[in-house]
Ligand binder design. Structure first.
Ligand code: SF4
Length: 280
């Protein structure tokens, strides 16, 4: 059991990724099913949007691994087809339509990318420790811009993004902190690169805003420890890890095990998030 220290007690670190911290903040019950219950309850069927996102990320990673002369926008088609994941789609026709759409996104995006601007890292793992938290995560791309490192995160969802999403992302802020400490170089700028629109949303953190995100992550880590300790002390797991319902329950892998979540939001087809919205 991970445990935080109290006065006079040795402190043990909570190990966490952005995904682990975010899952607890979104819904402690879901956290319990993902990270605590063993064996873990079976998940629902795979999502098409997860397949799409993974394939696009894999294609972009592979693009940077190509020899420089082969890094062309057109190379994206071969890479995306090679990394395609077919799970979650309604049928072959829908899958082919989505793959073609995604190919267009990646080709357009890569037309704006300088193939000579070799990233410092692609899917680079960084890690850092605070007094109570051992954080690690994998960054989609780490750029060097005039001597400063920039965290780049690819997004493939159809929802529009904004600069606020870059500013408010705990994951991006923690990546910046971990990058600076791992590579011993300044890193304050974080960017979301939205593939469907080609838009880039960036934010330049200050020391203060990064410290705020770290404090919040430590608070979440403390809540995780408290919930675990409560169950160990005999508390009802459903009370220690309460259901936090909302529209996100439609997309939860564990809703079949959660009556509150099923009541709170309708079930979605596995391909619901890859169907273009009207006007897009
Ligand atoms: S369905 Fe909703 S409330 Fe239930 S575990 Fe999933 S996210 Fe939490």
């Amino acid at each position: 059991m991970e445990q935080l220290g109290f006065d006079g007690m040795p402190t043990r670190l909570v190990t966490a990724t952005p995904s682990k911290l975010g899952t607890f903040e979104d819904c402690p019950r879901r956290f319990r099913m993902v990270y605590v219950d063993r064996p873990a309850p079976p998940k629902g069927p795979p999502w098409a949007h997860t397949s799409l996102g993974s394939a696009v990320h894999n294609a972009l990673r592979s693009w940077w691994a190509l020899a420089r002369p082969r890094r062309t926008p057109e190379a994206a088609r071969t890479l995306l087809h090679g990394s395609w994941i077919s799970e979650g789609f309604r049928d072959d026709r829908q899958q082919a339509e989505v793959r073609e759409r995604a190919t267009g996104w990646v080709e357009s995006y890569l037309r704006e990318v300088d193939p000579d601007a070799e990233p410092v890292g692609v899917e680079r793992t960084v890690a850092t420790k605070t007094g109570t938290l051992a954080f690690s995560g994998r960054i989609d791309r780490l750029d060097d811009r005039d001597g400063e490192l920039v965290v780049v995160d690819y997004k493939t969802g159809r929802s529009p993004l904004s600069t606020d999403d870059a500013r408010g992302s705990a994951a991006l802020a923690l990546y910046a902190v971990a990058t600076a400490r791992t590579l011993r170089r300044p890193c304050r700028r974080v960017e979301l690169h939205h593939l469907p629109t080609g838009a880039v949303y960036g934010y330049e953190h200050s020391e203060e805003s990064l410290a705020r995100h770290v404090r919040r992550a430590e608070d979440t880590a403390a809540d995780i420890v408290r919930a675990g300790d409560a169950v160990q002390g005999g508390a009802d797991p459903d009370a220690a890890y309460p259901a936090r319902t909302g529209t996100h329950c439609s997309w939860c892998d564990f809703r079949r095990h959660c009556p509150e979540g099923r009541a709170a939001a309708p079930e979605k087809e596995p391909w619901a998030a890859v169907i273009p919205r009207e006007g897009t």
